[in-house]
Ligand binder design. Structure first.
Ligand code: AMP
Length: 257
C-alpha cells in the first residue's frame, strides 16, 4: 500500500486489512514530488518518518519501502500519463498533472514491489477510479482493494494534512462531513442539486473559514457529473475545500452512508 507518510489510523487500517488478507504486507512512504502541482504544498507536506516507521512496526507491517527522491527518480521524469475523462473533473481539474504523477509513481511501485493486491482508501475517491483504470488498461495483474474512510469522532476524515490544522480549525473542518451528509440526503430526497450545492457552498464560505474548490455529485465509476435521476447506488458526492490554506478532500456515497 502506497502512502505519503505522516501516518494516522486511516493508513494503519489499510495495513491491518492487508495483514489479515495476505502473507506479506509492504507499505511505502514516499512524498511523491511529481504529483504536487503547487511547490508550497509539497514543501509544507508533513513528514514524520521516524514516528511512521514505529507505527508500522507496531501494527506488524512486514516491509517499509521508503526511497529517497534521488534514488527513486535518478533523473527528471519525462513520462506522463493521461487518464482521459476520468481525470477531467474534481482533483484532476484543480490539480493539473496530479494524476499523471500518481500514475507514474504507482507504475513504478507496482513494477518494483510486484504486489498481488493493492490497498487504497475511499477517501481519495477519484484516485481509486484512476487506479482501477490504470490496472485494467495497462494489464497489471493486481487486485484493487478499496477500504472505507476512517473518520475522527467529529466525522472529519482522517488525513495527514489535518496535522497542519489548529484545534479550532479542526473543529471547523468537521463541517465538511456534515455538508456531505446533508447533500447525500438532498439527493435521496430528490431535491434540486445545483441549488443545494450553492446553498451549502455559501454556508461553508460565509465566515471566511473555508474556500470551497468544488462540490460535485458524480457517477462512482465514470466520475461524470450526475443529475437527480441517476441510479443512487452509483452516486458519490465529493468536496474539496481549503481551510487556512490547507486543502482537504472528502466524499460520501449517497446511498450507503
Ligand atoms: P496518502 O498518504 O494521503 O497518500 O494516503 C495513502 C493511502 O491511505 C491512500 O490510499 C488513501 O486513500 C488512504 N487514506 C488516507 N486517509 C484515509 C482515511 N481517513 N481512511 C482510509 N484510508 C485513508
Amino acid at each position: 500500500m502506497p502512502t505519503m507518510g505522516a501516518l494516522h489510523q486511516g493508513h494503519l487500517a489499510l495495513v491491518e486489512r492487508s495483514k489479515r488478507e495476505n502473507d506479506l504486507t509492504v507499505c511505502s512512504i514516499f512524498v511523491n514530488p511529481i504529483q504536487f502541482n503547487k511547490p508550497e504544498d509539497l514543501a509544507k507536506y508533513p513528514r514524520t518518518e521516524e514516528q511512521d516507521s514505529l507505527m508500522l512496526r507496531e501494527v506488524g507491517c512486514d516491509v517499509l519501502f521508503m526511497p529517497s527522491v534521488d534514488e527513486f527518480y535518478p533523473s527528471q521524469v519525462l513520462t506522463s500519463i493521461n487518464f482521459g475523462t476520468i481525470e477531467q473533473s474534481m482533483e484532476g481539474a484543480f490539480r493539473p498533472g496530479h494524476f499523471s504523477g500518481v500514475g507514474v509513481v504507482l507504475c513504478k511501485f507496482f513494477n518494483l514491489v510486484k504486489p498481488q493486491k493493492a490497498y487504497f482508501g475511499q477517501k481519495d475517491f477519484q484516485q481509486c477510479a484512476v487506479v482501477r483504470q490504470l490496472i485494467v488498461e495497462l494489464d497489471f495483474d493486481i487486485e484493487l482493494v478499496i477500504c472505507p474512510t476512517l473518520r475522527e469522532a467529529s466525522g472529519l476524515a482522517m488525513s495527514s494534512r489535518n496535522k497542519r490544522l489548529k484545534p479550532t480549525q479542526l473543529e471547523n473542518a468537521s463541517k465538511l462531513y456534515r455538508a456531505l451528509q446533508t447533500l447525500a440526503q438532498v439527493f435521496r430526497d430528490g431535491l434540486p442539486l445545483k441549488a443545494s450545492i450553492s446553498t451549502i457552498k455559501n454556508t461553508l464560505e460565509q465566515d471566511g473559514i473555508f474556500e470551497v474548490e468544488y462540490i460535485e455529485f458524480v457517477d462512482t465509476h465514470t466520475l461524470a457529473p450526475v443529475g437527480i435521476k441517476h441510479d443512487p447506488a452509483r452516486v458519490v458526492v465529493c468536496i474539496a475545500a481549503l481551510i487556512d490554506g490547507v486543502r482537504l478532500i472528502d466524499n460520501l456515497l449517497v446511498e450507503h452512508e
